[in-house]
Design a protein around this ligand. Structure first.
Ligand code: SF4
Length: 421
């Protein structure tokens, strides 16, 4: 028997209260299971338990077997002197505190189906271990769980933003610029794009923001894409401009090998994305301030419609012509940027400045944006879990990655229903 299920049963009071007796045969009444402790020390603090006629207040330790108490050296650890009850699945010996006192033990009795359901979930190899049972989980449980998951996801994203803010001395525009650049990598080139943004401060780009050509020279040069590639007249001019700007600002470029083209559609080639990014910098200033001032969906969508320079309307790579098209950032790409950059930044800013209205606005944006489309969302939908908006899809992505993949079913509200039914 896994110890985690004993913790779970104890925490949620799923034991059979009428069948709780110590190994000495005294009845046990659990008045308060205590507070679950996930750090060092006993498993539950400040429990209240009546054993026989005596009411005890103290800590509870849980193990699979009695002998685990010795294995974990609790018998010589003063931190465990306040344990009033040892809860186990199997009693295989007596246990004592460091002060020599004997500790009452309880073999936990709980419905058999909970352990069976748990074993099934833990050993199941399906994409979603509870996939066969999720249809029976009430919709209201899933919807309320989505709300909690979304908050968790935003909090996780806020941690990354807070780190960037610390690195940039609380410069919101700089932190936003780096995160936005990362998003322009759309997964495959996210890391490379982030390195690019970190290699060239926003203030340097700001000095040349009126000249799209110079912005391209700075970004393509720093990206390491003006060195080994096939050349034409345009790239040769960019190279020349970059060489001047590089010396002026004492810049260190990345290596071009960090960029990936494999399995990308030409529209997603890093060259096209860098050109779009240059255009966005060219057309906007104080971007994050503008977003905070006007967090309206139509406005936000409009500011990210960035059309690259004429050269990139006819090329996917340097010196490789393509059919002419505007190569604007598409609607789906803009939505991804709003979901992954704009909303978390607005939420984080609102949290730090304590602006509840802006926080609500950030969440509203997710409700206004359509659900993301990817393999994970499709698989959830096949199981009957709907995803109409980005609010849904963000919650479902978080559930899969942070819970299902690690089989954290004991911490999942869907898991709670599956285990107890
Ligand atoms: S974490 Fe929740 S949703 Fe995921 S498999 Fe476990 S019970 Fe199902």
């Amino acid at each position: 028997m896994r110890e985690s299920i004993l913790h779970y049963v104890w925490q949620h009071k799923l034991f059979i209260a009428q069948q709780l007796f110590t190994t000495e045969g005294e009845p046990v009444a659990v008045i308060d299971v205590g507070k679950h402790n996930t750090d060092a020390g006993p498993d539950f603090f400040n429990a209240k338990i009546r054993i026989g006629e005596t009411l005890w207040a103290g800590n509870v330790e849980i193990h699979t077997r009695s002998t685990d108490w010795h294995k974990h050296s609790h018998h010589s650890d003063k931190a465990y002197n306040s344990v009033i009850l040892h809860v186990v699945s199997e009693v295989d010996g007596e246990i004592f505190r460091a002060d020599g006192a004997k500790i009452p033990q309880l073999a936990l009795v709980y419905p058999k189906h909970i352990a069976e359901n748990y074993d099934q979930l833990i050993t199941e190899q399906k994409w979603i271990p509870c996939g066969d049972k999720i249809a029976a989980v009430p919709g209201i449980v899933i919807e309320s769980w989505k709300n909690a998951l979304l908050t968790e996801r935003l909090e996780q994203k806020m941690q990354a933003i807070t780190t960037l803010l610390t690195e940039s001395q609380q410069h919101w525009e700089e932190a936003f610029y780096i995160t936005l650049a990362r998003n322009f990598g759309f997964g495959t080139n996210s890391q490379a794009f982030e390195s690019l943004a970190k290699s060239i401060p926003l203030s340097v780009l700001g000095k040349h923001k009126d000249q799209l050509f110079q912005l391209e020279a700075l970004l393509f040069g720093q990206a390491g894409l003006l060195t080994n590639e096939a050349t034409d007249e345009y790239s040769a001019r960019l190279k020349q401009e970059y060489s001047f700007l590089k010396a002026k600002f004492n810049l260190q470029p990345m290596t071009g090998s960090q960029w990936k083209l494999l399995r990308l559609r030409p529209d997603n080639f890093p060259h096209v994305r860098i050109a779009q990014f240059a255009s966005l910098i060219h057309l906007s200033s104080k971007l994050f301030s503008k977003i905070v001032d006007k967090p309206e969906i139509e406005y936000l969508c409009s500011i990210f419609v960035c059309e690259p320079s004429d050269y990139w309307k006819r090329h996917y790579l340097f010196a490789h012509e393509s059919p002419t098209s505007d190569k604007k950032l598409g609607t789906q790409s803009i939505n991804i940027i709003l979901i992954n950059t704009v909303v978390p930044f607005l939420f984080c800013y609102a949290q730090q400045k304590n602006i509840q209205l802006l926080k609500d606005k950030a969440l509203q944006l997710l409700e206004q944006l359509p659900s993301e489309r990817n393999a994970i969302i499709t698989a959830w939908q096949k199981l009957g879990i709907s995803s109409a908006t980005a609010y849904d899809s963000q919650a479902l992505l978080h559930l899969k990655k942070q819970y299902c993949d690690d089989k954290k079913c004991l911490r999942c509200r869907i898991g709670h229903k599956v285990l107890t039914s």
